[in-house]
Design a binder for this molecule. Structure first.
Ligand SMILES: *Cc1c(COP(=O)(O)O)cnc(C)c1O
Length: 356
């Protein structure tokens, strides 16, 4: 498979925009970018008057190290949302190419595909009594799609895709296979990034939004073959990463920051086990899918009522009923011990007016 040939021809032909910061570094007297020479007050040394480095070397190095991949195989993006968008725009021709999704799943894959005018092909997951698994016909459908989005652990079901399954799918695929690992840290399982050397068409999406607690900073990464990274760079906006976000990302990716993240993941896993134990035996909960992420999926009698009653109690939950196969299902994120206590007391109060 020639990765470059998968890309939209107009993207391959594109002369990338050369920004001031990409043509010259930020040393010396900077009279090349029409910036204001004075930095704002309370700048904290960030030089916010200057355009940021498009791909800050220190951040690229630290993320590459943390994800265990070399620097030619990583693109730092504004969250994985931007990674999804870049992949669709670089590879899918409007009205011609297909994007595979496996619902119930994260909504941005289909949304970005539709914005681009690509055709969305669905291979719905199958509930097999343990959780939601890929359907047998995925392998067939993936063979006619330019791009496939898989999610492991999956949002909102929490299921993982095994490395062997990924290997088979990547080999069958007509194009790229993107595995969204937004929740990888919570699973404690190995990242699919280890397979990128072996499977040229495999792409892994990572983010600092979830386990690293930086959702407000918008920092993520695309991990892929160097040819894919080079293609995505052609359509990446000139200055995607705000300096304060880069500074925050550098801080969480230090040994201390990583240790803190791991400790929080450990606490959230403990809290999740406690929550699951209480929910599993609860009359208001018909089914529970614990999954491998920092949330659980629960089926209740009436999801809309349940979510509205929770909102009245000051708790925001996410109704997933709009997704195929998830009638009356609610996604519950694991919070702090105190927050989870409030949730549990809401649920035990609720059981008192549920008919047996
Ligand atoms: C939260 C989430 C993201 C969003 O990540 P950002 O890096 O914040 O854009 C991506 N994929 C899935 C499956 C998510 O649940």
């Amino acid at each position: 498979m020639n990765l470059l040939e998968l890309a939209r021809p107009e993207i391959r032909a594109l002369e990338p925009y050369a920004s001031a910061r990409s043509l010259a570094d930020d040393r010396g007297i900077l009279l090349n970018a029409n910036e204001n020479p004075w930095s704002p007050e309370s700048d904290d040394g960030l030089s916010l008057n200057r355009y940021p480095d498009p791909q800050p070397a220190a951040l690229v190095r630290r993320m590459a190290e943390y994800y265990g991949i070399d620097e030619t195989r990583i693109l730092v993006t504004r969250g994985s949302d931007e990674g999804i968008d870049l992949l669709v725009r670089a590879f899918c021709r409007p009205g011609a190419d297909r994007v595979l999704i496996c619902p119930p799943c994260f909504g941005m894959y289909a949304l970005n595909a539709r914005i681009q005018g690509a055709n969305v092909v669905e291979a719905p997951l199958v509930e097999d009594g343990h959780g939601f698994a890929l359907a047998v016909d995925v392998a067939e459908r993936i063979s006619v799609c330019k791009l496939a989005f898989l999610c492991s652990p999956n949002n909102p079901t929490g299921d993982m895709i095994a490395a062997d399954e990924l290997r088979v799918l990547a080999q069958r695929a007509a194009g790229l296979v993107a595995v969204d690992e937004a929740y990888q840290e919570f699973s404690g399982r190995e990242s699919a990034a280890t397979l990128i050397r072996e499977l040229k068409n495999l792409v892994v999406l990572r983010t600092l939004s979830k386990a690293f607690a930086l959702a407000g900073c918008r920092v993520g990464a695309v991990l892929a073959h160097a040819d894919v990274i080079a293609l995505l760079k052609r359509i990446l906006p000139p200055y995607p990463l705000p300096a304060p976000s880069v500074a925050a990302a550098l801080k969480v990716l230090t040994p201390d920051g990583i240790a803190r993240m791991r400790e929080q993941v450990r606490l959230l896993r403990e809290e999740k086990a406690r929550l699951c134990e209480a929910l599993e035996s609860h009359p208001a909960i018909r089914r529970l899918w614990p999954g491998e992420a920092n949330f659980v999926l629960a089926q209740v009698g009436n999801a809309a009522d349940f979510v509205a009653a929770a909102a009245d109690a000051g708790i925001r939950l996410r109704d997933q009923s709009y997704q195929p196969g998830l009638a009356n299902c609610v996604r519950i994120t694991i919070g702090t011990e105190a927050e989870n206590d409030v949730l549990l007391s809401f649920i035990s109060h609720r059981s008192s007016f549920i008919s047996p």
